[in-house]
Design a protein around this ligand. Structure first.
Ligand code: IMP
Length: 200
């Protein structure tokens, strides 16, 4: 639903993965928030918390004006004690989806995708979380999306993320849930009086 009554908001979404920006835009643009993708590789510190990684990425984008959003995501598999979690990119490069399926052979399939979205605007810096629980499929299915999408089936669905359209994934994913929080926070900040120093 587009909120035509509200003032137009816009933000820069900084990422090296254009698919993330496209997915975030599905939710944010429906909320009347314009998304400008800024394709840039941001340094990621080694940390055990997605929130810390997202905050550090936001610091690295401190030269950009206006509302700035970055995010860090990971797949947390129950039977593997939350692995790969913050190591998801590394595990994807080394084990890949096939390696993850081999690791889980004979184990329960529950898993959670999480996103930590860090927002800076009008002098405020905040990290908001979104998560979706689901199951790791028995085999990779679908060609849409990226990363672990072919093996993740969100709760209440039979299809993997990779079998869904961008709009479908973008309305129910961990990223969409984090974007929901970002959208409400932006509106709260918009309604607040702004001091001269924090206007940029
Ligand atoms: P990062 O947030 O870019 O560091 O993502 C870590 C790893 O998780 C990368 O291998 C991504 O491809 C993967 N990943 C992040 N978000 C998603 C998603 O929405 N679907 C599938 N894989 C994802």
């Amino acid at each position: 639903m587009v909120r035509r009554d509200s003032p137009r908001l816009s933000l820069s979404f900084v990422t090296s993965n254009a698919a993330k920006a496209a997915e975030a835009a599905v939710f944010l643009e429906a909320e009347g928030i314009e998304v400008h993708p800024v394709v840039r590789r941001l340094p990621e510190p080694q940390s055990e918390r997605l929130e810390e990684v997202a905050s550090a990425k936001l610091e690295a984008a401190s030269d950009l004006p206006g509302a700035v959003l970055v995010e860090d995501s990971g797949l947390f598999v129950d039977a593997l004690g939350g692995f790969p979690g913050v190591y998801s990119a590394y595990a994807f490069r080394t084990l890949g989806v096939a390696g993850l399926l081999r690791l889980l052979d004979g184990y329960p399939r529950g898993a959670e995708f999480r996103t930590a979205a860090a927002l800076r605007w009008r002098g405020v810096k905040e990290v908001m979380l979104g998560a979706v629980h689901g199951q790791i499929a028995r085999e990779a299915r679908g060609t849409n999306g990226f990363g672990y999408d072919p093996v993740f089936v969100p709760e209440g669905e039979r299809r993997t993320f990779a079998e869904m359209s961008l709009t479908e994934k973008g309305s129910l994913s961990h990223r969409a849930r984090a974007m929901m929080a970002v959208s409400s926070r932006l509106r709260e900040l918009l309604a607040r009086p702004v001091s001269e120093s924090s206007k940029k």
